[in-house]
Design a binder for this molecule. Structure first.
Ligand SMILES: Nc1ncnc2c1ncn2[C@@H]1O[C@H](COP(=O)(O)OP(=O)(O)OP(=O)(O)O)[C@@H](O)[C@H]1O
Ligand SMILES: [Mg+2]
Length: 428
């Protein structure tokens, strides 16, 4: 099946903007709705206007550059998906380094990353389709470039592949947590945080349709040769609410440790769900700790819980930085992170505000600075602490969190790490 065929079909229904979503997600997975706060939309992108075009129309206009590969070409490009060329494996499939000849040019081959999605039927197809439709319409220095795709249904099942620009410096996750890599300097951490924030702000506020990324985490922030960050993995992305709607109702999907508690609780997805995940990653950048580390003592396993136990600000900072950071700048970043983790999604900043906050923090270039207690954050995060506690505040939510964790453990067990899915509370 070709992507274009799919979208042409949908274009016949121009007035129904939700069409590609309900086809991308299963028909009962995603819907839009206003909640009891009707008339008070929580998150309206600046791009949201009544004259905005549909996703298929945008795809028709903007995705012409995508190259359609056949399986044979990609076999050749990756030496028949050689294990020696395998560079990663995620919840959706394996990634190989490959090389392709640019079309219609005598230029040298270019290095690419080829993701071969697991052959798990409809789910794999849905992830693939979401990547093609969203990465096909976006263009931003902080989003990974999709070069093309392959879709073949043969005797050996469905084959869905994606071809991306190659990112030579792995992911933020590798550089923050893998001790085999040298410590990421403070200025590089800020540069990466800023770029990632700009990528998210573009998705939320810079397109004709709003795009909610839904899987923001350190492993999805890839790094180019100059350590510029680019968001990858759009398999869970969704179109945001229509003007007048407050949220999109979905089955809860994402990654345990990064998903916003309000989204887990209700299945109501807004751009502020991404903002929460961004706050978690900011704390990973500050602390050098993963959002969830099961091999630590119980009370230290959840990053957000551990933060509450730290009495002095310098205690939270990554010891690998060896105090080579500006205390004032780090505190600014921590304040921003806490605001992203506000209990009430409406109180979280827009990503464009987060971009400004990070730019402010980058103004502080003097290393060191006065040590202070964590109390100064008490006012900023008093609500937010409740927000974090809220994770376990109701019995139903506690059950959902346990379920989510369990699913995640199972996913780990079969190598489908960190990918989780749960029935939407909102569909009840
Ligand atoms: N465009 C790319 N260029 C270079 N390496 C890539 C590219 N895309 C992915 N990779 C590598 O493949 C790895 C696996 O990516 P993938 O997105 O499939 O899984 P993940 O992000 O680790 O986990 P998850 O499935 O939970 O998102 C990445 O961590 C990265 O090292
Ligand atoms: Mg990924």
């Amino acid at each position: 099946m070709g992507c274009f065929d799919f979208f042409k079909e949908k274009l016949k229904n121009k007035h129904r903007r939700s069409a590609p979503i309900s086809a991308t997600a299963s028909h009962n997975e995603t819907s839009r709705s206003t909640d009891s706060g009707a008339g008070k939309p929580t998150s309206k992108s600046s791009g949201s206007s009544s004259s905005q075009r549909s996703l298929p129309a945008l795809y028709e206009e903007k995705a012409q550059h995508l190259r359609v590969f056949n399986l044979k070409e990609l076999r050749n490009a990756t030496n028949d998906f050689s294990r020696l060329l395998k560079i990663g494996e995620g919840g959706f499939g394996s990634v190989y380094k490959g090389s392709i000849k640019p079309l219609g040019s005598k230029k040298d081959s270019v290095t690419v990353a080829v993701k071969k999605l697991n052959q798990n039927g409809l789910q794999g197809h849905k992830q693939w389709l979401a990547e093609v439709q969203f990465l096909g319409i976006v263009e931003h220095p902080n989003l990974v470039k999709l070069i093309g795709y392959c879709s073949e249904d043969g005797e050996r099942g469905i084959q869905r592949l994606l071809v991306y620009e190659f990112m030579p410096n792995k992911s933020l996750e590798d550089h923050l947590f893998n001790k085999a890599y040298p410590c990421l300097p403070w200025s590089t951490r800020l540069h990466i945080a800023l770029g990632a924030a700009e990528g998210l702000a573009y998705l939320h506020e810079g397109l004709e349709v709003q795009v909610i990324y839904r899987d923001f985490k350190a492993s999805n922030v890839l790094l180019d040769a100059e350590f510029n960050p680019k968001l990858s993995d759009f398999g869970l992305a969704r179109e945001g609410p229509l003007p007048g709607d407050t949220h999109v109702s979905t089955a809860v999907m994402g990654t345990y440790g990064y998903a916003a508690p309000d989204y887990i609780e209700t299945g109501h997805l807004t751009s502020k769900s991404d903002v929460w995940s961004f706050g978690v990653v900011l704390f990973e950048i500050l602390t050098g700790r993963r959002s969830m580390e099961r091999n630590r003592p119980r009370h230290e396993q959840k990053l957000l819980e551990w933060l509450k136990q730290c009495k002095k600000f310098s205690m939270i900072m990554d010891p690998r930085l060896e105090n080579q950071y500006s205390m004032k700048g780090a505190k600014e970043v921590a304040k921003l992170a806490y605001s992203c983790l506000a209990k009430n999604a409406k109180d979280r900043p827009k990503m464009s505000d987060a971009v400004e906050g990070l730019k402010q923090a980058m103004q502080f270039t003097d290393l060191g600075g006065p040590e202070e207690s964590m109390e100064e954050f008490a006012s900023a995060d008093s609500d937010d602490e409740k927000g974090v506690d809220q994770t376990n505040s109701t019995e139903s939510q506690r059950r959902r969190m346990l379920h989510l964790a369990k699913l995640n453990e199972n996913a780990n067990a079969v190598g489908m790490r960190k990918f989780v899915m749960m029935k939407a509370a909102s569909s009840t």
